[in-house]
Design a binder for this molecule. Structure first.
Ligand code: IPM
Ligand code: MG
Length: 358
């Protein structure tokens, strides 16, 4: 199989971790007889420095021509002073919108190899943690208009608009139910319908989609504050968490950090058509950038999601996941997941070790 992959390394540790993902993808290509062409493009602070824009038109075009997009991370203190419309984050939000990537899949999984790193009490962790947040990614208060900071009667006010139409809710609900069918067939839809109109519509539409086409999947509804609490109290109750953009942003960080290994968790952002985008869920970690200390495993596992979801290559995806787990079983760790008795390695060495095990 021949595929073009647009690389958006971005900022901070982005270039280092994407380089290791590429090493692993090249090993996959060699082992399974595929050809991957890598086309680099600029995004975030790196793009601001080179062109003045966080998302140059050439980047959007390069992504559109590719079969998949592979992103590192964006942002850093260097660009914190920039006006909001040109911040590095705008590059990320912009590419999601430009490619129509409305469905963000964020699995949070407690690997047995890393059980010691889990932040939860042992008896809670023992019940297991294997869930996926299905987060709507191109709507909600992130993109709603009107939005502004302005002056009213001599007072500065800031406001945003939380808005969803029923089609946006319906299509992400379908993704969640389809995802659940590949897993334990449970969807928990998370909103704040005791307060918000958008959430009342959300809950009603999710229920309609369920009743019409997905009666075989168990559907429950939960308020977001309760969900935040249940995630630490007993995450084993969750299979698929379906939620909107802002709640999903918050809950996916929570779900991932309780596994104890933020540096391990991949994500996929999908639209109605290719290309989809694959990236680690963590950020650009400017404090350790350029020091060969970053954990590349979330990025490498994101390549696994690319192979499975964008290219339909499940044997190859399984091989990547197994190589990662074997590397961990062999005792190799980056600093963020280091445990007694393990061997500390850098970012590049970790990538090489995984590629070697393929
Ligand atoms: C994420 C990030 C982004 C978001 C930021 C960097 C714009 O937090 O991917 O979760 O809020 O979506
Ligand atoms: Mg986030």
């Amino acid at each position: 199989m021949k595929k073009t992959i647009c690389l958006l390394p971005g900022d901070g540790i982005g270039p280092e971790i994407v380089a290791q993902g590429v090493t692993v993808l090249e090993a996959v290509a060699k082992k399974f007889g595929h050809e991957f062409d890598f086309v680099p493009a600029l995004i975030g602070g790196a793009a601001i420095d080179a062109t003045g824009e966080p998302l140059p038109a050439a980047t959007v075009e390069a992504c559109r021509k590719a079969d998949a997009v592979y992103l590192g991370a964006v942002g850093g203190p260097k660009w914190d002073g920039i006006e909001p419309a040109r911040r590095p984050e705008k590059g990320l939000l912009g590419i999601r919108k430009a490619l129509g990537l409305f469905a963000n899949l964020r699995p949070a999984l407690l690997l047995p190899e890393l059980a010691g790193a889990c932040l939860l009490r042992a008896d809670i962790a023992a019940r297991g943690l294997d869930l996926i947040v299905v987060r709507e990614l191109t709507g909600d208060i992130y993109f709603g208009e009107p939005r502004a900071i302005e002056e009213r009667d001599g007072l500065r006010v800031g406001y945003n608009t939380m808005i969803y139409d029923e089609n946006e809710i319906r299509r992400i609900a379908k993704v969640a139910f389809e995802t659940a069918r590949q897993r334990r067939r449970k969807v928990c839809s998370v909103e704040k319908s005791n307060v918000l109109e958008t959430s009342r519509l959300w809950k009603a539409v999710v229920q309609e989609v369920h009743d019409a086409d997905y009666a075989d999947v168990e559907l429950s509804h939960m308020y977001v504050d309760n969900a935040a609490m249940q995630l630490v109290r007993d995450p084993s109750q969750f299979d698929v968490i379906l939620t909107g953009n802002i709640f999903g942003d918050i809950l996916s960080d929570e779900a991932s950090v309780i596994t104890g290994s933020l540096g391990m968790l991949p994500s996929a952002s999908m639209g109605a058509q290719a290309p989809a985008l694959f990236e680690p869920i963590h950020g650009s970690a400017p404090d350790i950038a350029g020091q060969d200390k970053a954990n590349p495993l979330a990025t490498i596992l994101s390549a696994g999601m690319m192979l499975r979801l964008a290219f339909g290559l499940s044997a190859e995806a399984d091989a990547v996941e197994n190589a990662v787990r074997q590397t961990l079983r062999d005792g190799f760790r980056t600093g963020d997941i280091m445990e007694d008795g393990c061997t500390l390695v850098g970012c590049a060495e970790m990538g090489r070790l995984v590629a070697e095990r393929l």
